[in-house]
Design a binder for this molecule. Structure first.
Ligand code: ZN
Length: 190
């Protein structure tokens, strides 16, 4: 992948970066915001432009509560099916709404041409911990296990504030946060 893409950012004291993709959605995002407030944790939300356009006040709420926002394309498009120019145009369209230098490609897929263009303007943020919270094939305890198994100092952990994740998130997110706190991790913003 592109040379200055970010997958993990270790520091002292040890830390993690909580990230939420695909929102904002009225079904899940308000619940996530309330939960993070209860823990006094700030996170980074990679938003889909289409959702931002649809749920403006929710998007504003994410920022108002002290979280950072990043760009996750306008329509959650894949870099495998869009040429670099069309892809960049879609990202730019989302940026008109999101106004962030942070970019995360849907599915984690980018081609070199896309990455080269995007890096002129954006910081490309990937992850090293995929919780798979959206998967129907795993249950909440397995989502938490993924966090426990793969998290290291500086890990960028990905959850999804969208309905597909809801069946796991309600139980897995607080459990994962409790475990991270017990391990002594601090929570940082990208
Ligand atoms: Zn996504």
């Amino acid at each position: 992948m592109a040379p200055d893409s970010l997958w993990r950012i270790p520091s002292r004291p040890k830390c993690v970066y909580l990230t939420f993709d695909d929102g904002p959605t009225p079904e899940v995002t308000p619940w996530v915001l309330d939960l993070l407030d209860r823990y006094d944790i700030k996170a980074t939300f990679f938003c889909v432009g289409d959702n931002v356009a649809r749920y403006r006040s929710l998007f504003e709420m994410v920022k108002l509560r002290g979280h950072h926002v990043g760009n996750h394309t306008m329509n959650h498009i894949s870099a495998l099916t869009y040429g670099s120019k069309a892809y960049l145009a879609n990202v730019e369209k989302a940026n008109m709404l999101i106004h962030s230098e942070l970019f995360r490609p849907p599915h984690g897929w980018l081609r070199w041409g896309h990455a080269r263009l995007l890096q002129k303007k954006y910081r490309l943020i990937f992850w090293d911990v995929v919780t798979r919270d959206y998967s129907n094939r795993i249950v909440a305890s397995q989502v938490v296990e993924n966090v426990k198994k793969f998290t290291r100092n500086g890990s960028i952990i990905t959850f999804h504030d969208q309905p597909k994740s809801w069946h796991n998130l309600q139980e897995a997110l607080p459990a994962a946060i409790d475990w991270l706190i017990a391990q002594g991790y601090e929570f940082k913003l990208l």
